[in-house]
Design a protein around this ligand. Structure first.
Ligand code: FES
Length: 157
């Protein structure tokens, strides 16, 4: 039965999977923000795919869940509402417009700054969308907004 495949079941090895929304709800609304084990993340639906990222923009903590989605060189990116940084939904890479100082008349082109925003795993099973937090030990700039240091800075702790 469908329920036996529920990846949020505590009895399975995949107990870290957390229910976010129904697939229909996310397809309709395009995005949803949720707390997963105390971490605020946003799940986006774009062109039929689902992507989960840290809610707070790596630059200065802006709320990505109200950012527009744009294609940058064929890559779907969320545009942070605060300072318009572009972040790949799929990889968390930041993009910037590079200018060649040797050739200032050439139009700027988009380049990657590398992965800046932590992304998380998303799965859709039986019409439900689940997220599992990334456990990568690689440091991501967006991690700062989930640190004790930031919580204290904001008077949240
Ligand atoms: Fe996101 Fe500055 S906080 S671009």
């Amino acid at each position: 039965e469908a329920s036996s495949q529920d990846p949020s079941s505590a009895s399975s090895a995949s107990s870290e999977w957390v229910t976010i929304a129904t697939e229909n709800e996310l397809r309709e609304k395009g995005r949803k923000t949720a707390l997963v084990s105390g971490r605020k993340i946003t799940v986006f639906c774009r062109d039929g795919g689902f992507y989960a990222l840290d809610f707070h923009c790596y630059h200065a903590g802006g709320p990505l869940d109200v950012g527009n989605i744009e294609d940058i060189n064929g890559v779907s990116c969320v545009v942070c509402p605060w300072h318009k940084y572009k972040i790949s939904l799929a990889t968390g890479e930041g993009f910037y417009q590079a200018v060649d100082p040797q050739n200032p008349r050439q139009a700027p082109c988009w380049r990657s700054k590398g992965v800046k925003q932590r992304t998380h795993s998303v799965e859709v099973r039986d019409g439900t969308v689940y997220v599992k937090l990334s456990t990568s030990s690689a440091k991501h700039e967006s991690d700062f907004y989930y640190s004790k240091e930031y919580q204290q800075l904001m008077g949240l702790n």
